[in-house]
Ligand binder design. Structure first.
Ligand code: NUP
Length: 227
């Protein structure tokens, strides 16, 4: 499976606890106008583990990211990452706070993208990350991870923290819609992929919601003149 690219797009978060609904959303998103990928979260993974990730990957042409928010010692972290990437995921999300050896071990698999959580989007994400995220961003940049997670709920943090990243690192940004982030704001502040879950998957019309979010991202990118 091809890795993610840096261009502007929407990553649709699949957190529903059943495969049929997830496949249905994938089918809709495949036919949407715009640049999209999907993200398999833990609630969906809990349904059938590795075989759920494999089924999603084999059923869609969209790139699939596994959001296990892997947070463990290197040999366990790599076992999880290996399973997800071996099942066809284009990349895995790994917590940065476990340290550089965990990220390095996942990168050494060379099986897909490694995306490092640098700062989280929920209110509690500000309690501890505030003091650590600059260091986490520097570490992610020095390791040259493929991508990082920065919060769409605090777009100004994207602008600040991206200063520590190499030019080619992509930024994915959750928190748009249900968590209060405005569509396009993360992109306007330097993100490349806005992560949108419930605002699309629970919408009465997921297709137009997805296309609307994509259009907002493109418009924000054009207006902001960010690279
Ligand atoms: O900091 C993070 N915040 C966050 O919401 C890091 C994440 N990976 N996510 C994920 O993004 C979360 O697990 C969910 O899959 C998605 C947001 O979904 P929603 O709030 O748009 O429904």
């Amino acid at each position: 499976m091809s890795r993610l690219t840096k261009g502007i797009g929407v990553m649709v978060a699949l957190d529903m606890p059943d495969i049929e609904s997830a496949l249905h959303i994938c089918d809709i998103i495949e036919h949407a106008t715009g640049k999209f990928c999907v993200k398999v979260g833990r609630p969906l993974e809990m349904v059938g583990g590795e075989s759920t990730i494999r089924e999603i990957c084999e059923s869609t042409r969209l790139p699939v990211i596994y959001d296990g928010k892997i947070a463990d010692v290197p040999h366990v972290a790599t076992a999880i990452a290996r399973a997800a990437l071996g099942a066809g995921a284009a990349g895995v999300i790994v917590h940065g706070f476990c340290g550089s050896d965990v990220l390095r071990a996942a990168m050494e698999l060379s099986m897909g993208d490694v995306i490092c959580v640098v700062e989280m989007s929920h209110p509690g994400g500000q309690e501890f990350y505030g003091g650590a995220s600059e260091e986490l961003a520097k570490m992610a940049g020095e390791l040259d991870v493929d991508g990082v997670v920065l919060p769409a709920t605090h777009p100004e943090r994207i602008r600040t923290l991206s200063n520590h990243l190499p030019e080619h690192t992509y930024i994915i940004s959750p928190g748009v819609g249900a968590q209060g982030g405005t569509a396009g704001m993360a992109i306007a502040n330097g993100a490349h992929w806005e992560v949108v879950g419930r605002a699309i998957t629970l919408s009465d019309d997921p297709l137009s919601s997805a296309e609307g979010h994509y259009k907002a991202c493109i418009a924000a990118h054009r207006n902001a003149g960010v690279p």
